[in-house]
Write a protein that binds this ligand. Structure first.
Ligand code: SF4
Length: 48
């Protein structure tokens, strides 16, 4: 997987401010059409 910088260090998949998950799923965040990054969210997040 390409390098994904992620500052969500409370996620179990986060290692040194990068995502170490083998794959991630990103979905729209409560909207039918994403118009800005705030309209997206990482579904692979897992609290440590
Ligand atoms: S799973 Fe999502 S929230 Fe967690 S480190 Fe990877 S990109 Fe960040």
């Amino acid at each position: 997987m390409p390098d994904i910088k992620c500052t969500v260090t409370e996620c179990e998949h986060n290692q040194n401010v990068k995502c170490a998950a083998p794959m991630i799923q990103v979905d729209r965040n409560g909207t039918n059409k994403a118009l800005k990054s705030d309209n997206t969210k990482c579904e692979t997040f897992k609290n440590k």
